[in-house]
Design a protein around this ligand. Structure first.
Ligand SMILES: *Cc1c(COP(=O)(O)O)cnc(C)c1O
Length: 366
């Protein structure tokens, strides 16, 4: 069976290095908000060309606290997409706000900027685009809209470590950018972890309070806040891994390129001229998606669908009353997409085998 993803080769190669850094943290006896977190915050912010990095407990928490730092209050609205991982929207509801969904551009799978302006209302506070699958959303028009209406841009970059927009690193562009280090992301911890980048010292200060019970100094609490901290063990692992991120992204790119040259008839994911894609996922489109998935399973190839049910059609969000048919690109693509195996250590002969099996299925259909 060809696995969809396999985290073992990466960790086998780094096994001793990871065990050594973990041992050093254990020996230090310091586990929360210490030297490892501080160093990783600087190193990751530098990697993104951002001024500040604030480590938090997960990607969801990076988004949630990012919204609170923007001053989002219960009843406020946040404009986002339904074509995303559900936690993008979990973060909005955690902040007490209401998600307002706009459709996606069917080429980039990301927020269609032309849909945003007429969804802005008196309670809109934030625009939250998602750099889905590792391809950046088209940020310039979103930044212009935000400026015109006095809104903040919070980016969901959980799948886009190392991506670039018009040459600028993701993490250095909007007001705030949220990253996840869930183990399967392009940069993954050995557990849950997240981080927010920003160039704004006030937002950075607010985030540092929010993640730590709203505490300014010991026992002086300025805002209600939360407990959501990146811990020393995860930060130490992430510091060991960060220098390898560009190499891993290049290995992903090599496999995406191999798919592109070999796959013949299906809808292939593209890369806009203004984008540097980091290929968190390789997502093709087929009008016979379910049959294609079965065909591949029968030939020993695991695939997944990211994501089969758009957020506005999930039971948890039915109360928002967004009717089926409201987001046509989102709903159509959810029926056509299929994620093929892609990870930095995926053997290239397996990529070739997968592409051959997809081609065989599609040519039988013609
Ligand atoms: C993984 C992911 C999240 C959530 O990150 P966690 O660290 O699992 O909380 C949010 N948004 C997107 C697009 C993701 O892929």
């Amino acid at each position: 069976m060809i696995l969809f993803n396999d985290l073992r080769p990466q960790h086998q190669r780094m096994r001793q290095e990871i065990l050594d850094v973990l041992a050093r943290v254990v020996d230090s006896g310091w586990f929360i908000l210490g030297k490892q977190v501080e160093a990783f915050e600087h190193e990751f912010a530098d990697y993104c060309s951002a001024r500040f990095g604030i480590g938090v407990g997960s990607g969801t928490e990076a988004l949630h606290l990012g919204l609170l730092a923007c001053g989002v209050q219960p009843g406020d609205e946040v404009i986002t997409v339904a074509f995303t991982a559900v936690p993008t929207v979990t973060a909005i509801t955690l902040a007490g706000a209401t998600p307002v969904f706009v459709d996606i551009d069917p080429v980039t799978f990301t927020m269609d900027p032309s849909q945003v302006e007429n969804r802005i209302g008196p309670r809109t506070k934030v625009i939250l685009p998602v750099h889905l699958y590792g391809h950046p959303a088209d940020l310039d028009p979103l930044l212009a809209i935000a400026r015109r209406h006095g809104l903040r841009i919070l980016e969901d970059a959980a799948q886009a470590h190392g991506a670039r927009y018009r040459g600028r690193p993701i993490g250095s562009i909007g007001d705030l950018t949220a990253f996840s280090f869930y183990p399967t992301k392009n940069l993954g911890a050995c557990g849950d972890a997240g981080l927010v980048t920003t160039n704004d010292p006030e937002l950075a200060d607010r985030l540092r309070l929010l993640r730590n019970y709203g505490q300014r100094n010991r026992y002086l609490h300025e805002v209600p806040g939360a407990n959501s901290r990146l811990d020393e063990l995860q930060a130490a692992v992430l510091r060991a891994k960060l220098p390898k991120l560009d190499y891993w992204n290049a290995e992903r790119r090599k496999r995406a390129e191999r798919y592109r040259t070999m796959l013949q008839t299906v809808g292939l994911p593209g890369e806009q001229s203004w984008a540097h894609h980091v290929w968190h996922l390789y997502v093709i489109r087929s009008l016979h998606r379910d049959a294609l998935q079965q065909h591949l399973t029968a030939r020993g190839i695991s695939t997944l669908i990211h994501y089969p049910i758009p957020v506005h059609l999930q039971p948890a969000y039915r109360h928002l009353g967004v009717q089926p048919g409201t987001l046509p690109n989102t709903e159509r693509l959810a029926r056509e997409i299929l994620s093929l195996p892609l990870y930095p250590e995926l053997p290239l002969d397996q990529v070739a085998y997968i592409a051959e099996q997809v081609n065989a299925f599609e040519s039988d259909r013609e």
